[in-house]
Design a protein around this ligand. Structure first.
Ligand code: 13P
Length: 287
């Protein structure tokens, strides 16, 4: 059964660890992440961007696939299915399709509009028992063609959004999606502390989890981050394992061409990446 992310994130914040959100793109990624969570007794959040949702035929297909896997793989750890960086319309569509959690990313709107739209979605999610993530201060880098500049959020705006009753808040603290540039200034812990002082016990979300040094991840968790999003690192490990397999000519061995064999090294690579992150975030054994 899919669950809201609320309980797992509140427990993580209290226990000073973070739950990983790993983005899914297809059946292999989903299966790899779910099995790794189960094997390590860790709660997990499956992230679906609007682009990935379209790629997988639409949100209903995603819900059907994930629910089917929970049953047929005997997954008993808490799993939330979460829209990542959703538009207002996208969030509504995911709620209708049966997601257990949504992110509404209104960070590119003027704050009044972000507040109005977030408020409406909070009401819907509360009624249905779903969790909702909001964002203040856009996360840099590129995701699904949307490029953000990596702002630091205004702590007062964070409080205004947190007070609407969202489950978790993504505040920009200089983090970016994708690989970090050589001259990256690092996370702004000053901003994170200022946000935490304003929003109190609200679980905070760190986007752009790929490539952040381990000591910064640990410090962020100690300052209230309870959910960390990872996408690029799974893409990189999947790609590297697939390339190695092809370059070694292994796809040409044996009888015929078997796509299941071609995808197997990438599947194992994702499992290894997800386990490594769960260890770093401290969520192993916390289901
Ligand atoms: P990375 O791709 O940098 O890991 O970030 C993922 C993310 O924040 C998804 O919302």
């Amino acid at each position: 059964m899919l669950v809201s992310a609320k309980e797992m994130l509140n427990k993580a914040r209290e226990g000073k660890y973070a739950v990983g959100q790993f983005n899914i793109n297809n059946l292999e990624w989903t299966k790899a992440i779910l099995l790794t969570a189960q094997e390590n007794n860790s709660p997990v959040i499956l992230g679906v961007s609007e682009g990935a949702g379209k790629y997988m035929c639409g949100y209903k297909t995603v819900v059907g696939m994930v629910k089917g896997m929970l049953e047929e793989l005997n997954i008993t750890v808490p799993v939330a299915l979460h829209l990542d960086h959703g538009s207002f319309e996208g969030a509504k569509a995911c709620i209708d399709a049966g997601f257990s959690s949504v992110m509404f990313d209104g960070s590119h709107y003027p704050i009044e509009e972000n507040i109005a739209k977030t408020k409406e979605l909070v009401a819907t999610c509360n009624k249905l028992g779903l969790s909702i993530e909001a964002e203040v201060g856009s996360i840099g880098g590129e995701e699904d063609g949307v490029v953000g500049a990596g702002e630091c959020a205004d702590p007062d705006e964070c409080k205004a959004i947190a007070d609407l009753g969202v489950t978790m808040l993504a505040a920009g603290i200089g983090n970016i999606h994708g690989k970090y540039p050589e001259n990256w200034a690092g996370l702004s812990f000053e901003t994170l502390e200022a946000v935490k002082n304003k929003v109190g016990d609200m679980p905070l979300v760190l986007h752009g989890g790929t490539g952040i040094p381990e000591d910064m991840i640990k410090k962020a968790i100690s300052l209230g981050v309870a959910k960390i999003n990872v996408n690029t690192e799974c893409q990189l490990s999947f790609q590297a394992a697939t390339r190695e397999y092809i370059e070694a000519g292994k796809d040409q061995q044996g009888k015929g061409f078997d796509p299941r064999k071609l995808l197997a090294p990438g599947f194992e690579a994702i499992k290894a990446t997800v386990k490594e992150k769960m260890e770093l975030f401290g969520s192993i054994g916390k289901a």
